[in-house]
Write a protein that binds this ligand. Sequence first.
Ligand SMILES: Nc1ncnc2c1ncn2[C@@H]1O[C@H](COP(=O)(O)OP(=O)(O)O)[C@@H](O)[C@H]1O
Ligand SMILES: [Mg+2]
Length: 391
Amino acid sequence: MLYNNLRFSKKQGGRINMAEVVLKKVEKQYPNGFKAVHGIDLNIKDGEFMVFVGPSGCAKSTTLRMVAGLEEITGGEIYIGEKLVNDLPPKDRGIAMVFQNYALYPHMTVYDNMAFGLKMAKVPKNEIDKRVKEAAEKLEITDLLDRKPKEMSGGQRQRVAVGRAIVRKPEVFLFDEPLSNLDAKLRVSMRVRITQLHKQLKEEGQNATMIYVTHDQVEAMTMGDRICVLNYGKIMQVDTPLNLYNTPANKFVAGFIGSPAMNIVKASLISKENKLFVKLTNGDELELPKEKAEKVKGHVGKDVWFGIRPENVGNKNTAKPGDSSLVGKVNIVEQMGNEEFIYFFIGDAQYTARIPAEKSTGANFNQQENFYFEMDKCHLFDIETEKNITI
Ligand SMILES: Nc1ncnc2c1ncn2[C@@H]1O[C@H](COP(=O)(O)OP(=O)(O)O)[C@@H](O)[C@H]1O
Ligand SMILES: [Mg+2]
């Protein structure tokens, strides 16, 4: 972009109002010698909602805590709003963090919990009062301001924790699995609330760069402007939710994003009469449409990982011209009401098909059934590098 190199920062109350967060070759080796983060490069844009997602132990928290300044950086550089922050203490980084366990002061009222950081920062009393009341209104906790944390539900406590972050008007909000302690229904409503908050703060002209850590791919998909998928302290892919879903860069992202998960099985790529086929381990073959075949022809004769999402596996009622069909043996059928998930076997490999309720054939345990594969939607991954060779 033209203005990419243009340094522009709005000053407001002496504060630089640019809040991009840049990680350059960031590493973390813990004192016991364990290397948790292996050189992360990432640009989080000003005002962006970035989600870090990945399985437990992949270093989401470690990375976030390095941005916060709660964990020392052992390699590389972190910039917040163009300022190198490697050696800055947390309080000078312009960040506010919300934790899974709320971390509220138990002996203080909601009001005092929210006001505490501002008092420490010597913000004038009337300004504190204004900010606390505004934040309370945004989060609909005005009538809770006199309560103590133990007199509230988990969801209310988490709203207070978010409120405490808002009043500080940080340049960057950091969330570490803030909804993990809430029940499923509350998680959904808080998820929407945080997404709304992000939009609202931006509309009000406040900085609202947010970095949100979760192991839950549904949260990641629904909340993120972009998602950074991590595994073993490395970035697997950074992209918008839809791009991750439709064009996963590798087998890990393909299997991690999407529920029920993509079917991924070992297979080989063979050529017959000028056509390419995916040959499954039981000997069954699925023809690849021309466009896909063109992309993967360099891999003919090799083993591959064959991936296809459950919604791209159907039955005779959903079949489209061009689909390839194979006989499978039905194992379990899960009824969702609006759709059913059919788990079936071809050879030793189990697959999932996702069928809209009105298209059900009533398939049942142990029955043989024809399953239709939308091969133009399939993905093939290199057996060794696990990179997607179909995009
Ligand atoms: N203080 C520590 N000392 C040594 N290893 C640690 C320490 N804290 C975390 N780890 C390890 O670093 C890895 C990443 O941890 P963490 O960032 O907490 O993962 P996540 O938040 O993705 O679950 C894990 O293997 C964890 O065991
Ligand atoms: Mg964590």
